[in-house]
Design a protein around this ligand. Sequence first.
Ligand code: UTP
Ligand code: MG
Length: 589
Amino acid sequence: MQAIRKLAHFLKPYWLWAILAPLAMLVEVVMDLTQPQMMQRIIDNGVAARDMNYVLMSAGLMIVFALIGAIGGIGCTIYTFKASQGFGADLRAGLFRKVQTLSFRNLDQFDTGQLVTRLTNDVTQMQEAVAALLRIMVRAPLLMIGSLIMAILTAPQLAFIPFALIPLVLAGVWWIISRAYPLYGEVQTRLDSLNTVMQENLAGVRVVKAFVRAGKEIERFGAANVNLTNQLIKVARVTAVTMPMMMILMNVGVAGVLWFGGNQALAGVMHIGQIVAFVNYLQQTLMSLLMVSMLVLQVSRAAASAQRIEKVMDSTPDVQNKPTALREFAPRGRVAFENVTFSYDGHAGDPVLKDITFVAEPGQTVALLGSTGAGKSSLVHLIPRFYDVTGGRVTIDGVDVRDIDQTVLHRNIGIALQETVLFSGAIRDNIRYGHPGASDEEVIAAAKAAQAHDFITGMPDGYDTQLGQRGVNLSGGQKQRIAIARALLIKPTVLILDDSTSAVDVETEVEIQAALVEAQSERDQTIFVIAQRISTVLNADKILVIEDGQIAAQGRHAELLVSSPIYRDIYDSQLGSGNHGGNGENGHE
Ligand code: UTP
Ligand code: MG
């Protein structure tokens, strides 16, 4: 319930609709309450007295009242729709905005499937609860109490019947809700699983096909699907009792009214019209009671969804701007790691990086070399603050990255991630993703430097070529080069290329490097290159050999050949021994 209250402010912009809806409903309820009265009058005063004029007049009046009620009802529906849909849309947008602010570590905690369920199904649950509240919250209690009063006024002798039935209905409803409610939480959890399987499969459908796992995946999806269905059936089995139970109780009530009322009518102390009106009021009372109960169920169900939404809304990004964060910052690009320790699980976990200390001077190229899982990507992710260090500090021009406004920091760092992610849309837009205002010349210059210009212009639509989702219609190396162009376009002070040429042939890689060196000399860019191929790093100003989260050796190629056995091993395994001459064997510089 607390979660609902916290999210209630999303309804604020729609307060006018949210007030008008119950007011319009009030009109409908009042009109509804007059109907049995009118019926009674028609029967007792009109039909019994054979007064056709009275019957016609009253019937006409009934229709007029019904019409007024209908207008109120329609108004209520429209206002409710405006308020609840607006609320839902804003909540969805707010949630999406929140997800965008989350840090890498926050995002590690949520499966994509979970986020999808929260953004869709959970928001819909809340939206429906708001709609139900606006419609029923006023209608049902008013109708219930109004009908009860009218029933008593109509035939006080029969008043004991509703009072006997109400506790029975309440007990039945309580039995249903207390059984159904716990089942609903599990429905959302199973929906999460289903969405996770679905999302993983749609994203990885090519891998599924390649490994002929379609059968297994269909099974996995089927299992999640059946799980969800079973749970929904379980819920339905409980709630299915509701209507039959109501009908039985209601008919018992009607039978009671007819029995006691009939006797009194025969004795001449009661009119037929009174009995008809009483039956109507009794039915309205009980149905309204049921509606109130169902509303309670729906709201408590929405409370479960609200809690799940709140969990996302509530997670504070652990990478945040300090109030004093630097907003003006034009660094030269001296990147220093000072005794940096880092673990993915905060202070508790095993460190992935241990005591890393080195300096990258402006204009230098620092290459990171090391076996897979050594911690290279983790290390460079600390520079743009994708994660915060656990110990020590990372500085740019002597300023701790945690003291720099993130937007400003990111504007100075161009990064091509190890796993290339492109967006659906034109190639041009993908390249200028980090700087949408870039001119065509700038886009082309970046593409040329990344050795992407030729293959792009070779495509029928050139820079306007539409990429499929995640750039499916490009080769791995082509995607990588677009990602490099995207990083280059923002003309960053610090450029990070995480294994960005792994899918590019050696010749193209050499050309990319030459272009980088040229750009670097213009701007004094600091470049970090992670590479598997030793040929990529031969000319680096500094090579860091990362072993098991530590710097095993650092220096230039020639120095490391002498001083580092690990480096020599890597070198020998890739380029063969007897080739210790250093630069040049690949034909560049
Ligand atoms: P890295 O991802 O930093 O290794 O993971 P790397 O050197 O770049 O490896 P390659 O060359 O790209 O393959 C370092 C360690 O951190 C853990 C991994 O299990 C690995 O042992 N790790 C990585 C996490 O725990 N969580 C992550 O999100 C990423
Ligand atoms: Mg890596």
